[in-house]
Design a protein around this ligand. Structure first.
Ligand code: ADP
Ligand code: MG
Length: 254
């Protein structure tokens, strides 16, 4: 679905990503792990167009997207969540999820301006779709609440509903369980597995190794902006480089 070819990114001369290459296979969950500052969020930002890669190629089904603006990449079907939630606090939960649909419906929206009944019909369909997505993520009864009134765990799920509502080709999840308790984490894990079973392709940035080992089909390890390992979860877990660079350090700080 996505191929990264020697992607690099510098911030003021300091490398955040260095020659990162790996593939994200269709219909699978690829987990991206690595210590704090490894470049995981930077990579998601480059793929989604929030940041621009300094060098290298990012191919979405063979189409180069590394120079495209974020709205364009979103319209091509790349959806994401943010490490630090980005919801419209005063908008309703339903309206927040609707914003995930309008990024893909841009063109048909413009066209339907010419035919009002069709627009109303389309609006109804979009709202129905957003409500279905909320229901999928266990939030149907929160649809008309302002996003700010929800718990942190619920807001994480609203972001997921917004990411999935437009049937994206690729979903980038940046630490979806960070700050959640055990029950909430298990709940998100169930949602992630269900979406995978429904055929979605995901890149999961995550610190929770239990979750990664549980749901990932493939694990990519970043350390100081470099890809140091890539493989099946059990292979990566026993890779000495990874143990040293990542798990060793985790244990040392635990
Ligand atoms: P991770 O998500 O793996 O914790 P990040 O991608 O957030 O890591 O950061 C990778 C490196 O890039 C870090 O050294 C960080 O300080 C730096 N960095 C990230 N974003 C910026 C930015 N906007 N400006 C300058 N440096 C940045
Ligand atoms: Mg990060």
């Amino acid at each position: 679905m996505l191929a990264l070819k020697k992607v690099s990114k510098w911030f003021g001369g300091l490398p955040a990503l260095q020659d990162v290459s790996f593939d994200i296979p269709r219909g699978r969950i690829t987990a991206l792990i690595g210590p704090n500052g490894a470049g995981k969020s930077t990579l998601i930002n480059c793929v989604s167009g929030v940041d621009r890669a300094g060098a290298g190629e990012i191919l979405l089904e063979d189409q180069a997207i590394q120079t495209r603006p974020a709205h364009n990449i979103a319209a091509l079907g790349v959806a994401r969540t943010f490490q630090n939630l980005k919801l419209f606090a005063r908008l309703s939960v339903l309206d927040n999820v609707l914003t995930g649909l309008t990024v893909r419906a841009e063109r048909s929206f413009a066209l339907s301006m010419l035919r009002l009944p069709a627009l109303r019909n389309q609006e109804r369909q979009l709202r129905l779709k957003a409500l279905e997505a909320l229901d999928d993520f266990g939030l149907a009864e929160r649809a008309h609440w302002p996003a700010a009134a929800l718990s942190y765990g619920e807001r994480k799920r609203v972001e997921m509903a917004r990411a999935f509502v437009g049937d994206p080709r690729l979903v980038l999840l940046d630490e979806p369980v960070a700050g959640l308790n055990t029950d909430e984490t298990a709940q998100i894990a169930r949602h992630i597995r269900r979406q995978r079973n429904a055929g979605y392709t995901m890149l999961l940035v995550e610190h929770d190794m239990e979750l990664v080992m549980d749901v990932a089909d493939q694990v990519v390890v970043l350390d100081s902006g470099r890809c140091i390992a890539c493989g099946k979860p059990e292979e990566v877990r026993s890779n000495p480089l990874v143990l040293e660079a990542y798990l060793g350090r985790m244990e040392a700080t635990a």
